[in-house]
Design a protein around this ligand. Structure first.
Ligand SMILES: NC(=O)C1=CN([C@@H]2O[C@H](COP(=O)(O)OP(=O)(O)OC[C@H]3O[C@@H](n4cnc5c(N)ncnc54)[C@H](OP(=O)(O)O)[C@@H]3O)[C@@H](O)[C@H]2O)[C@@H](O)CC1
Ligand SMILES: Nc1ncnc2c1ncn2[C@@H]1O[C@H](COP(=O)(O)OP(=O)(O)O)[C@@H](O)[C@H]1O
Ligand SMILES: [K+]
Length: 548
């Protein structure tokens, strides 16, 4: 699990160490320099390289200035552009003494142009404008400097390596929002622990590879993270593996009320997702057209009522289908009465648009909206918003929906965000954009439903919030589904480093015009198109990569 903590928690953890005289900044600076050297070495040479430090007025800038002293010792030519009138005094003195060339660009009529002129001579740009002390989006003159560098980099094929110190300056450190200019990084060297903005979209897409520097912030180990990303090892911990005494009813039975006369395919795809996840039985309940399709495609599915341990409701049901929507409502009431976990997808989400006919949901109810569906739900519940606003701040909107409904919310998108009313946020960036295809959400609902069915009796017997288990199950479902999509698309199972790789997003290496060396990790692969059914078919292969 990659764990991320809020800025305030990091400060609190640093405090006793600083009071005890621990040289945290020296450690941070040394680690930063080491990572810069590694990037330079991967690209050919260290000594003789020209490095630009873009230095703000706080300790973030201090990290870079001290790192500059190490880089000079390694034979680099280091320039520091000061974008604040008042930078870390000891860092500045040390940098000057070591031979870093200091540029007071604020004395220039156009600081952004001055930094740009310098930057064009440098192979590495170190972004040390702000770290966890940032308040809001960058202000001028730093904003203008960063905007100019970002624009330069976007249009320059022989790009420099960008290394962000702690976070790419300008991101919402605690919430992952991006409200002003940010210079996308190849690598973010983050101090002590990851920060939520390095995991949460959209800022996570600007951080590149994230390297966490161990600073001995032991107090954080005891604290739940504010945000986290699960990795393969976490899947193995949670995945229900049957033992010799298991039978189909102990493995879990999923009730599936999905699909309609208009959209029968959703029923078959959700069933496929559930069956390939592995469970005792899928019990399909719905109209004859989807039921017949399910029986034809998946003869293992039972289509008569009976005992279930969890439900998937609503995939492939349109809000205009009043009769089917009423059936979903009846299933939901029954599931809540029986304390059974339930996935509310697509048409079932509209049941929550009014709050007077249902009790508050428990966290064992998992909503699976995409951004548009979440915006519609929030708007219906008095928090007017739109798809774009949700996409700009997915974590905040997912959490808000969880608080309003009581449920766990799995918000689909390029990065899947999971929020319960409390507890950590989960950010899973395991898939590929090829997964954005009709029916993919139905498969995911089936995967999630099967996992909840396996844990159904435990969740029904436990506390209403399931002790945070539904959120981690939802994150695991997104991870495995995402891996299956990658394998189906012919990609390696692992999205790089658990967070978006900037190289992958921008297609930098291998792009037309790219003549520089290929970054460590090899060229970005494109993959091939997939259909939703391919994802379900690839689930066993994806599981082999995490359980074997
Ligand atoms: N504690 C330690 O010993 C350790 C700390 N470490 C490092 O310190 C970093 C935290 O340092 P920090 O607390 O000094 O804050 P920091 O991120 O540099 O930002 C403050 C500066 O930014 C400015 N500024 C703020 N908002 C702005 C905006 N919107 N737009 C523009 N400017 C803005 C603000 O100016 P002001 O608003 O005060 O005018 C001030 O000058 C942390 O991320 C890590 O890298 C590590 O070395 C480990 C040991
Ligand atoms: N750009 C993207 N990159 C990776 N995954 C994506 C992207 N866009 C959407 N997805 C994923 O694709 C799936 C689409 O689901 P959904 O929108 O519900 O489709 P449908 O309703 O047609 O089944 C979700 O798992 C979502 O997280
Ligand atoms: K920074």
């Amino acid at each position: 699990m990659i764990r991320a903590h809020h800025a305030a928690a990091v400060r609190a953890a640093e405090e006793p160490l600083l009071a005890a005289g621990e040289p945290l900044m020296a450690s941070a600076a040394f680690a930063l320099a080491t990572h810069v050297v590694a990037e330079l070495r991967a690209r050919g040479r260290v000594a003789g390289s020209v490095v630009l430090l873009v230095v703000g007025g706080g300790n973030n800038g201090g990290d870079a200035l001290f790192a500059g002293t190490h880089l000079v010792r390694r034979g680099c030519q280091v320039h520091a552009a000061l974008v604040s009138g008042d930078v870390h005094p000891q860092g500045l003195a040390a940098a000057r003494a070591a031979g870093v060339v200091v540029h007071r660009v604020l004395d220039d009529a156009d600081p952004a142009a001055a930094v740009l002129a310098l930057a064009r001579r440098c192979g590495v740009w170190v972004d040390a404008v702000t770290g966890i002390g940032a308040r809001g989006p960058l202000r001028d003159p730093a904003a203008a400097v960063v905007a100019a560098l970002a624009q330069e980099r976007a249009g320059w094929p022989q790009e420099p390596v960008v290394v962000a110190v702690d976070v790419p300056s300008g991101i919402g450190v605690d919430d992952g929002t991006v409200e002003g200019p940010v210079l996308p990084a190849d690598v973010t060297v983050t101090m002590g622990t990851a920060k939520p903005g390095l995991l949460l979209p959209p800022a996570s897409g600007l951080a590149g590879r994230v390297e966490v520097v161990e600073l001995g912030l032991d107090a954080l180990a005891a604290e739940p993270p504010a945000a986290c990303s699960l990795t393969a090892a976490d899947v193995a911990d949670l995945w229900p593996v049957p033992g010799p005494d298991d039978h189909k009813y102990t493995r879990g039975v999923l009730g599936l009320a999905a699909g309609s006369q208009a959209y029968p395919g959703a029923a078959a795809l959700a069933a496929a997702g559930a069956l390939r996840t592995g469970l005792g039985m899928v019990r399909y309940l719905g109209p004859e057209v989807p039921a017949a399709l399910v029986r034809t495609r998946h003869p293992e599915v039972v289509t008569v009522p009976g005992r279930v341990q969890a439900w998937v409701l609503g995939s492939g049901v349109g809000p205009e289908d009043a009769a089917r929507t009423h059936e979903l409502y009846e299933h939901l009431r029954a599931a809540l009465d029986a304390r059974q976990p339930v996935v509310l997808d697509a048409g079932a989400l509209t049941l929550l648009h009014e709050d007077d006919h249902l009790p508050d949901l428990p966290a064992t109810a998992v909503l699976t909206p995409h951004a548009g569906e979440l915006a519609a739900l929030l708007t219906a519940r008095g928090e007017e918003t739109g798809r774009e606003e949700v996409t700009a701040a997915p974590a905040r909107h997912a959490r808000l929906a969880a608080e309003i409904t009581g449920a766990t919310v799995l918000l689909k998108g390029p990065t899947t965000v999971v929020a319960a009313p409390d507890g950590p946020l989960y950010a899973q960036h395991d898939a590929t954009p090829w997964l954005a295809t009709a029916g993919a959400g139905d498969v995911l609902a089936g995967v999630l439903g099967a996992l909840l069915a396996a844990y159904g009796d435990l969740l029904a017997a436990g506390t209403a919030d399931g002790g945070g288990l539904p959120a981690s199950i939802a994150a695991v479902a997104a991870l495995v589904d995402g891996r299956a999509a990658r394998l189906a698309a012919g990609l390696p199972p692992e999205a790089r480093a658990g967070v978006p790789s900037w190289t992958g997003v921008r297609g930098r290496s291998g792009a037309p015009g790219w003549t520089g060396p290929v970054p460590a990790g090899g060229p970005a692969l494109t993959g091939v198109p997939i259909a939703a059914g391919d994802v379900a078919a690839a689930l066993p292969a994806a599981l082999r990569t995490v359980l074997a």
